[in-house]
Design a protein around this ligand. Structure first.
Ligand code: NDP
Length: 274
């Protein structure tokens, strides 16, 4: 009998998680299976319960259910509690452990895959939605010299600033508040790229040495990455590495084994670009 895992969301057919986790399980020789589950908009708790009753061991949770997953969890990791969003369940008897591996995946991609240490760097985080919230604690744990949180709706940036103020050096504002300031790492955690739009950024935020990172990925460079390139930035990255690294972090929570990610990232990069 194979241990059973799944990703749940709506829509779900586009999800790369089954491919990623199946590849991880073969690589690490784990007796497990992984499927994709489409939940109706108002059917998330029922779908999770049904999967548990069938013996499911854990789940990944994606759009639009990360907040509901947070509420459904009976125990939370510190990073999930602060993110107020859950992307990973582990079912431990009667307990539902909720974790958030997105931010750890982002940090691992930046530091291990892209070889950019975050410590002492000036980091600009664009956005104040779920993805940004999940990234703040893992970023601050690496001790950047400053983490600037910039959002179109400024009060959301200020709220996050207050929430995380005791974890590191944070400043917050709207995009133009940071006009004229240089950053070493600029992370687009807005959903603007989904709509082929660009946050109203100051070109002066970028230097030739900056890393420009878009959490989104697609088969062509996003508007954000194009804009960064126009400012002379050479180090550009999209969110494929983060996607694979957050999956590896979930896999570790479930199986206690950390899969190798390099080849899986390369496989997905070639798949997305074709
Ligand atoms: P949310 O809907 O929670 O947040 C959206 C954010 O984007 C808000 O801060 C919003 O600002 C901002 N925004 C939207 N449109 C614009 C625009 N045109 N200009 C400026 N700001 C804008 O989304 P998520 O946080 O869940 O997702 C954000 C991105 O991260 C998505 O592209 C998603 O695909 C990606 N992601 C990637 C992952 C990966 O593994 N690679 C994992 C998770 C997310 P406002 O508050 O003003 O509305």
């Amino acid at each position: 009998m194979l241990d059973s895992y799944a990703v749940i969301g709506n829509p779900i057919s586009h999800s790369q998680s089954p491919l990623i986790h199946t590849t991880f399980s073969h690589q690490t020789d784990q007796a497990m299976q992984y499927e994709a589950i489409l939940a109706q908009q108002n059917g998330f708790p029922a779908a999770v319960t049904a999967f548990r009753q069938q013996g499911g061991k854990g789940m990944n949770v994606t759009i639009p259910f990360k907040l509901e997953a947070y509420q459904l969890s009976t125990r939370l990791t510190e990073r999930a509690r602060l993110a107020q969003a859950v992307n990973t369940f582990r079912f431990d008897g009667n307990q539902i452990l909720g974790d958030n591996t997105d931010g750890a995946g982002l940090v691992r991609d930046i530091e291990s895959n892209l070889d950019v240490p975050i410590a002492t760097k000036r980091v600009l985080l664009l956005g104040a939605g779920g993805a940004a919230r999940g990234a703040i604690l893992p970023l601050l744990e690496q001790k950047p010299s400053v983490l600037a949180i910039a959002n179109r709706t400024i009060h959301k940036a200020h709220t996050l600033h207050q929430q995380f103020i005791s974890y590191g050096h944070i400043v917050s504002g709207d995009f133009m508040d940071f006009s004229g300031e240089h950053f070493d790492i600029i992370i687009n955690a807005t959903s603007s790229s989904l709509h082929d739009a660009l946050p109203e950024l100051s070109p002066s935020n970028f230097t030739h040495q900056s890393l420009a990172y878009d959490m989104m990925y697609s088969n062509k460079p996003t508007r954000f990455l194009e804009f960064a390139k126009q400012q002379g930035v050479n180090h550009l990255a999209d969110g494929i590495g983060m996607l694979v690294e957050q999956a590896a972090e979930s896999f570790f929570l479930w199986r206690g084994i950390r899969p190798k990610t390099k080849d899986v990232i390369a496989m997905l990069q070639s798949k997305v670009s074709t």
